[in-house]
Design a binder for this molecule. Structure first.
Ligand SMILES: O=C(O)CCC(=O)C(=O)O
Length: 280
């Protein structure tokens, strides 16, 4: 796993080569501790207030007001942070992120989305999957920038990536284990390839190609949360993406237009998306 610190801007030739062959790259300490602390303060403040942000963050409690045993009901992932919090837009369009993504894509990046995962102790993970199944960026694929807010390690549900799966075609996902994953979408690694843990410290960023198989296990740590801030980007040359990600932005904050891609990809246009949210 490549862990070198990049020479700014962008990445070293070695890092670019590592990304080209493995499909992912860890950039250590891209964010300063005070930047991560500010992000943590904002998202923890929103979570502590518990006030839903309609369409973006909708925690639920039981009808009788008691705590749900599933921590993700109280702390679901927060969608599109950049649309409702200035820090989300600022961090999604940060020039240091832009420089790395530009170097990895070999093209001008367009920002598509931002999300926060809280993942408190006891939370389920997200089974192995490929992100471009959701974004459907074409031609080419998207790239994720996954920032650790807390340490992200196997013991607290850190991310795993399957090296070398960036050239693997998008698969139609099968069912996941609902006891371990909150999304019912599982893509098994191809024969001979195994997931490896991306061990991250706060401020480290894991970049990975949208076809790379990746996911996480439950957070089994007794006390350690595993918050993360996740953004996705597409190359300017790509012409389509699923409309749910509109409006797209360039790194100057301008809105960029692209065609709306059809959902379903390898599963076909009749794929039942509701099954990704449900377990039998
Ligand atoms: O952070 C996680 O646990 C999973 C996130 C992920 O796989 C994704 O954003 O695609």
């Amino acid at each position: 796993m490549s862990t070198a610190t990049p020479s700014a801007p962008g990445v070293t030739p070695e890092q670019r080569e590592f990304y080209r062959t493995e499909g992912y790259l860890i950039v250590r300490g891209l964010w300063r501790p005070e930047e991560i602390a500010e992000l943590k303060q904002v998202v923890d403040g929103l979570a502590a207030a518990g006030k839903p942000i309609p369409g973006y963050w909708e925690p639920t409690t039981r009808p009788d007001g008691s705590l749900d045993p599933d921590p993700l009901k109280r702390y679901p992932r927060m969608l599109h942070l950049h649309r409702h919090q200035p820090i989300g837009q600022r961090m999604m369009l940060d020039p240091r992120i832009g420089a790395v993504v530009r170097a990895l894509l070999g093209d001008e990046p367009i920002a598509c989305q931002s999300m926060v995962y809280f993942k408190p102790p006891g939370s389920r993970g997200q089974a192995l999957h490929q992100d471009n199944f959701y974004l459907m960026v074409k031609p080419g694929t998207c790239v994720a920038a996954w920032t650790a807010i807390d340490p992200a390690l196997p013991e607290n549900g850190g991310l795993w990536v399957v090296p070398g799966t960036h050239d693997y075609p998008l698969q139609c996902p099968g069912p996941a284990d609902g006891a371990r994953s909150f999304v019912n979408n599982y893509v098994p690694p191809p024969t001979g390839k195994q997931p490896v843990p991306a061990r991250l410290q706060p401020g480290d960023v894991l970049f990975f190609n949208g076809s790379v198989i990746h996911g996480s296990e439950p957070n089994t740590h007794p006390t350690l949360w595993r918050r993360s801030f996740i953004c996705h980007y597409m190359p300017a040359a790509a012409q389509e993406i699923v409309e749910w990600y509109f409006p797209l932005h360039d790194f100057h904050g301008n809105v960029i237009e692209r065609k709306s891609a059809a959902l379903g990809g390898p599963c076909g246009p009749d794929f039942d998306w509701s099954k990704l949210e449900k377990f039998a």
